[in-house]
Design a protein around this ligand. Structure first.
Ligand code: B12
Length: 322
């Protein structure tokens, strides 16, 4: 597929449709229904799509592929500018301008999310107990889109998880609700992270952050929340996830050369101080940040942080000192 080389190059509706892999009537109907019109018209009044239009339409297609309803996807992309170096669309000017990233990267809600800000909050716990995966996943993604990862996690997702955990502890039942809720939260966080990476594009020459749980620790959701929040700050993240042997984590440090490693522990059984000592000795050197109630029970060793926001601050500071 040939890329549009210059912002000045424009395509007819047929050529743009071919480039996007969709039918020309679909493009015309998106314009009619959702106002996704090209930036220009020829002297004779024919549609002309430029690289910005293609980047926006590609973003729209990605959302639709991910299951977002067409009208919502259109509302999401309509008022936004997308980086021109999205796959298949390049331009000399976009390289000069650079992506939206690094020190200036900060989450801002989409136009659609801003319009919906006044909507009353949905009871996520009821959706989980009703086993309504579709709506729960949708609401999780919506909350992240509206508020960004730190606020959505702290105000909506974490309370849901704590409530689900308390229900299990109280009744000894409803494990199916816990699994369904975890899956929906994980899905929403991963979806949000993918979009944040596209939007803020991590700086190539910065060192990444590695996120992991040690052996026997399956509670990986806080790592996904952290990955989402760091993606919003344009930090490069390597998530190893649940139950990572300390030796594999050390190997990852040697291979990835991170600026920082974050290790989560939910319970005392997985707060392994010996593994932590091995990690401290692993070279090249990096900042070790730890979080979760497991470490707290050991008297909160050096490097322990107590919230998602604190973890993000500590890790961003390690990547961008000063
Ligand atoms: C989802 C979940 C699971 C899922 C995990 C899926 C996944 N992909 O992560 C599954 C089903 C696998 C699971 C399994 C188990 N779970 Co579980 N699980 C949970 C649940 C509901 C949420 C976990 C979570 O993400 N918590 C993170 C946040 C939401 O909670 P928090 O850590 O308490 O938050 C505090 C701080 O850490 C901080 N904070 C919050 N977010 C963040 C983020 C960062 C980055 C930082 C630094 C701080 C921070 O703020 C909070 C207030 O101070 C919790 C309930 C709960 N209250 O946490 C139980 C819970 C953690 N599980 C529990 C248990 C007992 C188990 C099992 C042993 C059950 C079993 N019999 O099999 C297994 C153990 C699995 C293993 N080997 O690790 C207990 C742990 C009790 C304990 N302290 O030992 C809990 C607390 C439930 C309960 N109320 O009893 N679980």
């Amino acid at each position: 597929m040939k890329a549009v080389q210059e912002t000045s190059e424009t395509l007819t509706v047929g050529a743009a449709a071919r480039r996007l892999g969709i039918a020309a009537p679909t493009l015309r109907s998106w314009e009619r229904r959702y106002g996704l019109r090209p930036s220009a018209r020829s002297a004779g009044g024919h549609r002309r799509y430029d690289a910005h239009d293609l980047a926006r339409l590609r973003a729209m297609l990605r959302l639709v592929e991910q299951g977002v309803p067409t009208a919502e996807a259109a509302a999401e992309v309509r008022d936004r500018d997308y980086p021109l170096s999205a796959p298949g669309v390049t331009s000399a000017t976009s390289v000069a301008a650079g992506p939206e990233n690094a020190a200036t990267a900060a989450f801002r809600p989409s136009a659609r999310a801003r319009r919906e800000k006044s909507r009353p909050p949905i009871d996520l716990f009821s959706l989980a107990n009703a086993m309504d995966s579709e709506r729960l996943t949708h609401e999780v993604a919506r909350s992240l889109d509206r508020s960004g990862a730190v606020e959505a996690w702290t105000d909506h997702l974490m309370p849901l998880l704590v409530e689900v955990g308390d229900q299990w502890q109280r009744t000894g039942a409803c494990v199916e609700v816990e699994h369904l809720a975890s899956d929906a939260v994980a899905g929403g966080l991963r979806y949000h992270t993918r979009r944040a990476v596209e939007r803020f594009r991590p700086v190539e020459d910065e060192r990444p952050v590695v996120l992991a749980c040690l052996e026997r620790e399956d509670h990986a959701l806080p790592l996904l929340a952290l990955a989402a929040a760091l993606a919003e700050r344009a930090v490069k993240v390597r998530t190893l996830g649940a139950a990572t042997p300390a030796s594999s984590l050390s190997m990852a440090v040697r291979r990835v050369r991170p600026a920082a490693v974050f290790v989560w522990s939910s319970a005392p059984e997985t707060a392994d101080l010996t593994a932590l000592k091995t990690l401290v000795r692993t070279r090249p050197s990096y900042s070790l940040v730890i979080g979760g109630p497991g470490w707290q029970t050991l008297g909160a060793p050096t490097g322990w942080v107590n919230s998602l926001g604190e973890a993000v601050d500590a890790l961003v500071a390690a990547v961008r000192p000063g």
